[in-house]
Design a protein around this ligand. Structure first.
Ligand SMILES: *Cc1c(COP(=O)(O)O)cnc(C)c1O
Length: 391
């Protein structure tokens, strides 16, 4: 036995071997010419993945939450109104972060497993002037997918900045930052972009940069202040040495490796792979009579699946039975229903093989727990749906 565990949680994920190897090379100086080249390349490749040719990318050591913090710290001033559109736990986090910088927030919360309608959002935007709105593209606590395009359009109509929490979506779900008019799209390295945890990644539109430049008050966060980071990003892109805070050298080498892998696969193909695998996986889960948390296929994420445990099955025990098959899944995150559901991450390097292994381990654990199912049923449903893949 090789002791290989399959890590199928919504981040950190299974990383490509080349990415992990890149992490392990001797640490270079952050001002060495070859590292400057790698940093510069990474910034350029981010624009391609985000589809934001005129956007300003930032790469900073930290987690996805720092990227959220950075957006709020730089764009929000005391008393600004912010509309937070929430589909779960991470919408609540964005509200907390916005309020920390003095925002007056309105919290538009979708019913569990659903999204807020564009009509509801427009009604709110009409009622008062908002400085910004936030969208969680995929809320990792519910597995709900929001379509950011119509919301970004509304934001432009009402002269509101649109900020997309893409931590669980960038490089896994369709994103077209510039064409859709999204002002900030942010992520963390350990999710669909496929790099071990430790990098906050963000691309800001020219409009967002303009709003930041015209602030009346200083940015109330020293580390996240774009005044400190913008000259550094510009320098690396112009292949010049510079310093503010030591960059996470090894992680950035890994990021460039992963972004190149993404570019070689092609972002459209990558998004379609996520779509086809996720759809087949949901078919597998449903065939076992497990209820999926998102209410319809249209609002179900393609980077993870959240499903309720069958009634009468104790969740923690089921997950540890699954772990005995060397498959690691995640429990619930949303406090109200934390013990009632579980989550399977399927993003980044994910393949059909991985998901067949998950379904196999899940079936075995369910059978051992006394849940009546026909062995192999979900594998069959998965394969049948995969054969019908239309993208
Ligand atoms: C994981 C996640 C975050 C937080 O990222 P960290 O890297 O854990 O700080 C924020 N938003 C979403 C949607 C996430 O999935």
């Amino acid at each position: 036995m090789k002791g290989r565990k399959l890590l199928m949680i919504p981040g950190p994920i299974e990383f490509e071997p080349e990415v992990l190897q890149a992490m392990g090379i001797p640490t270079n100086s952050h001002v060495a010419p070859d590292f400057i080249e790698i940093f510069g390349n990474s910034l350029e490749l981010m624009r391609e993945v985000w589809k934001s040719p005129t956007g300003q990318p930032f790469i900073v050591a930290g987690s996805g939450t720092l990227a959220m913090d950075m957006a709020a710290a730089n764009l929000i001033e005391q008393g600004d109104r912010v509309l937070v559109i929430s589909t779960g736990y991470f919408g609540q986090r964005f509200r907390d972060i916005m309020e920390r910088y003095g925002a007056k927030t309105t919290f538009l919360e979708a019913p569990l497993g659903e999204v807020v309608s564009p009509e509801g959002i427009e009604k709110e935007l009409k009622s008062q002037q908002y400085k910004a709105l936030t969208i969680t593209h995929v809320d990792t606590s519910t597995g709900v997918l929001v379509d950011p395009e119509p919301i970004a359009k509304l934001a432009r109509k009402y002269n509101t900045l649109s900020i997309l929490d893409g931590v669980c979506s960038v490089a896994g779900e369709k994103i077209n930052q510039e064409e859709w008019g999204l002002d900030v799209v942010l992520t963390g390295s350990q999710k669909a972009i496929g790099v071990p945890p430790g990098l906050a990644l963000l691309v800001a539109s020219p409009k967002a940069m303009h709003v930041w430049k015209n602030r009346k008050s200083p940015v109330a966060n020293y580390y996240a202040d774009w005044n400190n980071w913008l000259p550094i990003m510009k320098a690396y892109e112009e292949r010049r040495p510079s310093y503010f805070g030591t960059p996470a050298v090894n992680l950035i080498v890994a990021l460039e490796t992963s972004l190149k892998i993404i570019a070689v696969e092609g972002i459209e193909k990558r998004v379609n792979r996520h779509f086809n695998l996720a759809k087949a996986f949901r078919a597998g889960i449903s065939s076992l009579n497990l209820e999926i948390l998102p209410k319809s296929d249209e609002v179900a994420a393609n980077t993870l699946t959240a499903a309720y445990y069958p009634s009468g099955i104790e969740g923690a025990a089921l997950l540890s039975k699954i772990a005995q098959s060397e498959v690691v899944l995640a429990g619930g995150l949303l406090p109200e229903i934390k013990t009632k559901y579980f989550r399977i991450g399927h993003m980044g390097s994910v393949s059909a093989n991985d998901l067949l292994a998950v379904l196999g381990a899940l079936e075995l654990a369910l059978l051992k727990s006394g849940h009546q199912i026909e062995p192999g049923k979900s594998l069959q449903a998965f394969q049948q749906q995969l054969l019908k893949s239309d993208r």
